[in-house]
Design a protein around this ligand. Structure first.
Ligand code: IMP
Length: 456
């Protein structure tokens, strides 16, 4: 069945990543949103650790919280209750949105948990204390925010920030009591403020953005001196009064639209191997990133799941990456060709070749056994001139690592290709092999960053 027909027959389409995120979900979501078939685009998991890149003409826009279909007129964008929301990031996404789509409708679930300054402090401090053994988090406070949510102590939800809420002061006080002792304890490990300032330029930017410090007092921030209740209440109550008009019950909104026959795109965050349960623990994010996890966070089932697979592999942050390219010169060339720098942190991404056992495992988690396994293969154009490999098997034996892989000749230019059948020889063999080996249908191939640069 052609993709268009399949989409018309589905009510809820999920877009998920099969590896470590950064596969180009944003572009696929934007493309689907522009088909005119969908009325709602929902972000259901993760937080501002995510960076989804969308091209608006020649302009590159990176969304951290607002779903990527927001630039398409007529789409209602919704941030669900499973997302950890950092208000300053939300408003910066919203400003970017309005500059391109002034009519954009953006809603946020009132039950979503708010990332507070102490979550960011904890995230960064823990990473600094872990030293070389760090996870390589994005430092956006998502892990600690999910932690206070899940512990049910010291949390703040979006509704708590609203002008008529009586809870904010109480919630902040509870958070101070729960979280501050941890911060004080971690702070003891540092000799000087300079050490901290050096390690946490990201926190400095955040502080000046929310008006809690001017960038010179990162030490104060980490010591909790900026967590004075009145300061926090003022800044966050102000956020609340601005967020008020965006508030919704995401579940009711989506379910009502479904009942009226509307179609929904759910946009996943990160990727299968960053999932807290199924990923490369402990080098994972704090939440759920598989398709069932996304369904759980969204509160609705996905009818059609599009697995986004980048034509080569990347990972940002630490943790296992068996198909990583060890040759630094080659890795550097591929990184530059694919502009592989973190969309949220700017960190250079580790790069590697496509890992087939991992892809098969990810598809087994994201697809039901009797379901069509749909893959959108992105960034194939980046491989132009490269001789990629597909990793077929690997084991770490005592006498050295064993690796089996298939090699390809230089991938051709695919700029003028109109459909998947029309791919030149080596590119066609590469794409065909990925489909056969993973038992998936490659339904889209990306040939450039633009919305229209997709081959069907
Ligand atoms: P955290 O989500 O900031 O706690 O980071 C945990 C791990 O997930 C780190 O390896 C991050 O680099 C990675 N991570 C989090 N969000 C993303 C994303 O959107 N793309 C890629 N990696 C991510």
């Amino acid at each position: 069945m052609p993709l268009g027909k399949l989409l018309r027959e589905s009510q809820v389409v999920g877009v998920v990543d099969t590896f470590f995120g950064d596969s180009g979900k944003g572009k696929i979501v934007d493309y689907l949103a522009s088909s005119g078939l969908f009325s709602i685009n929902l972000r259901a998991n993760g937080g501002p650790n995510t960076g989804h890149t969308v091209m608006a003409g020649n302009k590159r826009v990176i969304f951290h919280l607002i779903p990527s279909g927001v630039l398409v007129p007529g789409i209602t964008s919704v941030i669900g209750r499973g997302v950890c929301l950092e208000p300053a990031t939300f408003f910066s996404d919203y400003r970017n949105t309005l500059s391109i789509n002034p009519e954009a409708k953006v809603y946020v679930d009132g039950s979503a948990h708010v990332i507070m300054p102490w979550h960011i402090a904890l995230d960064n401090l823990r990473e600094a204390v872990r030293g070389k053994e760090n996870i390589g988090t994005t430092g956006k406070g998502v892990g600690p925010c999910m932690e206070t949510r899940d512990s049910r102590i010291g949390f703040v939800t979006l509704e708590d920030l609203l002008p008529f809420s009586l809870d904010l002061e109480e919630k902040i006080e509870a958070a101070r009591l729960t979280v501050l002792p941890q911060i004080t304890e971690l702070m003891r490990r540092f000799d000087s403020d300079e050490q901290l300032v050096k390690k946490h330029s990201s926190a400095r930017g955040f502080l000046s953005e929310i008006g809690l410090g001017n960038g010179t007092n990162v030490g104060d921030f980490f010591r909790g001196n900026d967590f004075a209740v009145e300061n926090i209440i003022n800044v966050y109550a102000e956020y609340g009064s601005r967020l008020h008009i965006h508030l919704t019950d995401s579940l009711a909104l989506v379910q009502n639209a479904e009942r009226r026959g509307g179609r929904v795109i759910i946009e996943g965050s990160q990727g299968v191997f960053l999932d807290i349960i199924h990923g490369t623990y402990p080098y994972v994010t704090a939440g759920l990133t598989t398709r069932p996890g996304l369904e759980h966070d969204a509160g609705i089932f996905i009818d059609t799941c599009i697995n986004v697979v980048k034509a080569y592999a990347t990972r940002v942050g630490n943790g296992p990456f068996p198909s990583e390219i060890k040759d630094e010169e080659l890795a550097g060339r591929l990184r530059e060709a694919g502009r592989e720098y973190g969309a949220t942190t700017g960190r250079p991404r580790r790069v590697g070749w496509l890992d087939m056992p991992a892809l098969k495992h990810a598809l087994s988690l994201n697809c039901r056994p009797n379901e069509r396994r749909l893959v959108a293969l992105t960034k194939l154009d980046v491989l132009k001139g490269f001789e990629p490999k597909i990793f077929l098997d690997y084991t770490d034996k005592r006498d050295g690592a064993y690796i089996d892989f298939r090699e390809y000749k230089g991938i051709e230019d695919i700029g003028d290709v109109k459909n998947i059948e029309g791919l030149p020889q080596e590119a066609h063999r590469y794409v065909g092999n990925i489909g056969e080996l993973s038992r998936a249908e490659i339904v889209m191939v990306g040939k450039g960053p633009g919305r229209e640069e997709i081959i069907l």
